[in-house]
Design a protein around this ligand. Structure first.
Ligand code: CIR
Length: 270
């Protein structure tokens, strides 16, 4: 039976303007435009072959559109996070309800904190940002869970940006798209680095689905570089959510799902 690639997303709520900000100054966000861009984002995922699930907005939770931070989905299990920002912890339960149809759970518990945006997966390796959102206890709990499934977790210091994946995302094969100045990249040296254009540091957060690298429309030079290296790319205009410190990976949780009566092995799409 065929595997499906599923993306869990959430409509943008009315309180987006009150989002958490760490490295950015607050700017006014055009909510209507943000919602249009989010619809186009979902359309881009569908065009890449993804089945998109859309949760209703959470109007009292400003950052709830950034579902990536609430869970990390492995082949075998979903790990529900305990987000580092207290304002974001109530986001997890509704995402958990949506994931429940696809996976069983493990949970990060107090005093651990971890945001999904800090978790970079490359094959059986998980690299976890030590950031303002992810603490040592959260890392230790996460590492113990993934170890049960034959994976390894390595911590990486994040100094110049919100999350590890603001600075590095996995392309195809052993290539990482990276802005090394924002993190301690020493643990990643065995991979090939594709450095973002120096004028486009935020380009390091790209969304790879089914072999297509989706880059922010604000990153044309990095896109050209990726194309010249042979990657298939598309752009997504994410300008409004970028003001809320959200990159392209932040607005979805993407994983492979199978019908319950299906058997056999499963692989993650990215
Ligand atoms: C926050 O600060 O939590 C949100 N304003 C942005 C979260 C972006 N999420 C992500 O990078 N995974």
């Amino acid at each position: 039976m065929a595997e499906r690639i599923v993306a869990i997303t959430r409509e943008i709520g009315a309180a987006l303007a009150n989002c958490e900000l760490t490295f950015l100054e607050r700017e006014s966000i055009d909510l209507a435009r943000a919602r249009e861009q989010h619809a186009a984002y979902r359309g881009a995922l569908e065009a890449a072959g993804v089945e998109v699930e859309v949760l209703p907005p959470e109007d009292d939770l400003p950052d709830a559109v950034f579902v990536e931070d609430t869970a990390v989905v492995l082949d075998e299990i979903a790990i529900l996070t305990r987000p580092g920002a207290a304002s974001r912890r109530a986001e997890v339960s509704t995402v958990a309800a949506a994931i429940a149809r696809h996976r069983r759970f493990a949970k990060i518990v107090e005093p651990g904190t971890i945001d999904g945006g800090d978790v970079l997966r490359v094959g059986r390796d998980f690299f976890v940002g030590r950031s303002s959102r992810t603490n040592a206890e959260g890392f230790a709990q996460f590492a113990a869970i993934v170890q049960e499934f034959g994976c390894r977790a390595t911590a990486i210091d994040v100094t110049g940006c919100l999350h590890l994946k603001s600075a590095v995302t996995a392309l195809l094969d052993d290539n990482l798209l990276i802005h090394p100045a924002w993190i301690d990249a020493s643990a990643l040296r065995r991979f090939r680095f594709v450095e973002v254009d120096s004028e486009e540091p935020f380009a390091a957060n790209a969304l790879v689905v089914n072999g297509i690298v989706h880059v922010s429309a604000r990153s044309p030079r990095t896109r050209a570089k990726l194309e010249s290296l042979g990657f298939a790319t598309r752009t997504i205009d994410n300008s409004e959510l970028e003001k809320a410190e959200g990159g392209l990976t932040c607005s979805s949780l993407i994983f492979t799902s199978r019908d319950p009566d299906d058997s056999g092995s499963r692989t993650e799409p990215r």
